[in-house]
Write a protein that binds this ligand. Structure first.
Ligand code: GLN
Length: 412
């Protein structure tokens, strides 16, 4: 048998064809010279398998899609608080190249718009890192996310830097207010270089999946950043990644995402998959027209919306039986989280104190998160204090043996 997933992705291409809708980004002259008919789509799975269709090996510049990754590097290098002190995390509701600053502090509204990304760029590396070293850190960092050394497009860089008047004005503004203390020209050069790395949709899908796994590249196995950094980046992508279309995107597509004026969009669905689309014609927000259509379609067809409620109707307690001696056996199932563990604790609460055996069977439990683990351990400890012998059936050894951990093991 052949998996139908590639056939489905091939079909998407035809279904999302937008004809000649949209225009090329002409404020960067070199970007106006690309073939507008290109289309590519890739999906990276948790185990690093990448499905791709269309012009999946065609390289284009990463542009604003570099922003979440460089934000991740700044968070890694300076810590979340130090970065938050310089760049806020509020959606601006304005276009990517607007001067969107917080009134009270002068901090750029968020790291996904240009003024915030210029500031974030200056926060990569240790304080005092110079232009050359910062470039090296960014080149190595973006490449670690992609799992291969990314090339650089000097022509696009030159084309953009010659006309980067607006970005230069913004870098000078954050320098004037001392949000940054570096030379603004150096920051504009570095930021413009960060936008000129070359990627394919395959690269972007792997980069997205690296964020979606909590920081481990699924292809190379390398840990690039921590889960806490990924959570911060994904949150900011979800609220600010699509600029003044962020609310619309979140409600229709529901995947944390970032677009670039080269025509790429990538999306990272936490724990599930990394997606990337490429098609150069842009809408009025600067997002790829066919890219947006593709994400809308994929989200709808494959139930990828982050706010989809799946599995909430699964019974947490698969069965609860009482044996001849009055012993109780609870067979639990599904994921154990705060909400499901709370239901289990309430069932424990109904067991009268006494010397019976209480068996807690986790064989059909899929996952136990940190909080649920603590809750179940405490519940079993309290059953022990009530005089019960607690027996844990836990083939995957996700909880400690209650007989060993309980300070007052009953009936032993
Ligand atoms: N390099 C581009 C700029 O600074 C990136 C913008 C984008 O992709 N939205 O204008």
């Amino acid at each position: 048998m052949k998996t139908p997933v590639p056939d489905y992705l091939d079909e998407i291409r035809t279904l999302c064809d937008a004809g000649e809708d949209g225009t090329l980004a002409d404020y960067i002259p070199e970007l106006a010279a690309v073939d507008p008919e290109r289309f590519a789509l890739a999906a990276c799975m948790r185990d690093g398998v990448v499905y791709a269709t269309g012009d999946a090996d065609v390289e284009f510049t990463i542009q604003s899609m570099s922003k979440p990754f460089v934000y991740a590097l700044a968070l890694r290098d300076r810590g979340i608080d130090a970065v938050l002190a310089k760049v806020a995390v509020e959606p601006s509701g304005d276009a990517f190249n607007e001067i969107s600053l917080e009134d009270s502090t002068g901090r750029p509204d968020n790291p996904m718009i240009n003024i915030g990304a210029l500031t974030t760029h200056a926060l990569v590396g240790r304080p005092g890192t110079g232009e050359f070293d910062r470039d090296l850190i960014i080149s190595a960092g973006l490449s670690a996310f992609a799992g291969r050394p990314l090339g650089f497009d000097d022509e696009v860089y030159r084309s953009e830097i010659e006309t980067a008047f607006r970005n230069r004005a913004m870098a000078n503004l954050v320098r004037a207010t001392e949000i940054i203390t570096d030379d603004p020209d150096e920051i504009v050069r570095g930021y413009t270089r960060q936008c000129a790395y070359r990627v394919t949709v395959r690269d972007l899908a792997v980069m997205a999946m690296t964020l979606a796994t909590g920081g481990v590249n699924p292809v190379t196995g390398q840990r690039v950043v921590t889960p806490r950094v990924c959570r911060q980046v994904l949150s900011v992508m979800a609220t600010c990644g699509m600029y003044d279309a962020a609310g619309d995107w979140m409600s229709t597509v529901g995947i944390p995402a970032k677009s670039g004026v080269s025509g790429g969009i990538f999306g990272a669905l936490p724990g599930q998959l990394g997606l990337a689309a490429f098609s150069p014609r842009l809408d009025k927000h600067g997002h790829s027209v066919e890219g947006v259509r593709t994400f809308e379609r994929l989200s709808r067809d494959m139930d990828l919306h982050l706010m989809n409620v799946d599995g909430a109707d699964v019974e947490v307690v698969r069965s609860a039986v009482t044996d001849d001696e009055g012993g109780r056996r609870f067979r639990l199932q599904g994921p154990m989280t705060f909400a499901t563990a709370e239901l289990v604790l309430r069932q424990f609460e109904e067991i009268p104190a006494g010397p019976q055996t209480v068996t807690v069977d986790l064989e059909h439990v899929s996952t136990v998160n940190h909080t649920a683990r603590r809750m179940l351990i405490e519940g079993m400890r309290r059953l022990g204090l009530d005089g019960h012998e607690v027996v844990l059936v836990d083939p995957e050894r996700r909880l400690p043996d209650p007989g060993l951990s309980s300070p007052a093991p009953a009936g032993r």
